[in-house]
Design a protein around this ligand. Structure first.
Ligand SMILES: Nc1ncnc2c1ncn2[C@@H]1O[C@H](COP(=O)(O)OP(=O)(O)O)[C@@H](O)[C@H]1O
Ligand SMILES: [Mg+2]
Length: 247
């Protein structure tokens, strides 16, 4: 079983939205998935109550000590993917989840404050030697500002950008808010929309990253081609005018 944790100190960065979006994208890619809610605010449970379909279980686990044993039980039961949503801040439950993750995803809006706020989460992931990746979410405008945000993140991580910055960037669009309000994932709410496309792309990046994390010494040519691909994607994004908040 793979365990993915969404964590960052800052509220409103998109942890819960991305957890739901990725859960459905992974399910559509053929994985058996469970959403684990460690945030007592209960965004995922509320979402599930609005959902008519019972195909995706949201399991609340609020006590740090329960996380590792429950993840082990789920793994033993044959589950393929657990996606853990965490509260803002850095609680004991969040630290426990990161410690037992295969990948810690750190969402950040492309602002200095949000990016700086990733440092404490990053230090936990590093302390437990957990693979991590940044997800730039709610990116409003193209061009220089986003590139700056990407560079700042790379400096924080002191690692090759292509390996730690998830692609694609997730633009700010109403589809994310509307799907959450309707008890749907974005790939169900607007399956042919750009937001759904981006989330499916993010899931593919995660799948690749999960494989790479088993290979500590990435061959240099793979790194170079990943960086090249990322630069191309960024320049394509720069030309894309449709990613401002659109209906
Ligand atoms: N890419 C996005 N585009 C538009 N709205 C978004 C996007 N990601 C998140 N949101 C909205 O931002 C708000 C905060 O997101 P949420 O997932 O609850 O953050 P967190 O769990 O980190 O506190 C929600 O209203 C959500 O619908
Ligand atoms: Mg949340």
């Amino acid at each position: 079983m793979h365990t993915i944790v969404l964590a960052t100190q800052k509220g409103g960065s998109g942890k819960s939205t991305l957890a739901i979006g990725l859960a459905l994208a992974a399910r559509q890619a053929g994985f058996t998935v469970r959403l684990i809610e460690t945030d007592p605010q209960g965004t995922l449970s509320s979402w599930q109550r609005r959902r008519t379909s019972e195909d995706l279980v949201v399991e609340p686990i609020y006590h740090a000590a329960d996380i590792a044993p429950r993840l082990k039980m789920l793994a033993d039961s044959g589950l393929q993917l657990a996606i853990v949503d965490t509260a803002a801040g850095l609680s004991a439950a969040t630290t426990a989840a990161i410690r037992h993750s295969d990948l810690c995803l750190i969402p950040a809006r492309p602002s200095v404050a949000d990016i700086e706020a990733t440092a404490s989460t990053l230090s936990v992931a590093r302390a437990w030697k957990r693979p991590f990746g940044f997800v730039l979410n709610q990116t409003p405008i193209r061009g220089q500002r986003i590139d700056n945000a990407a560079d700042t993140l790379a400096e924080e991580a002191a690692l090759d950008l292509a390996e730690v910055l998830a692609r694609p960037l997730i633009a700010m669009r109403n589809d994310h808010q509307d799907s959450l309000a309707s008890g749907l994932a974005v790939s169900e709410f607007a399956p042919n929309g750009k937001s759904a496309d981006e989330i499916r792309g993010l899931w593919r990046w995660i799948e690749t990253r999960l494989e790479l994390s088993a290979t500590p010494h990435l061959p240099i040519d793979q790194l170079v081609s990943a960086a090249d691909g990322m630069l191309h994607a960024t320049s394509e994004l720069s030309a894309d005018e449709t990613t401002t908040l659109a209906p």
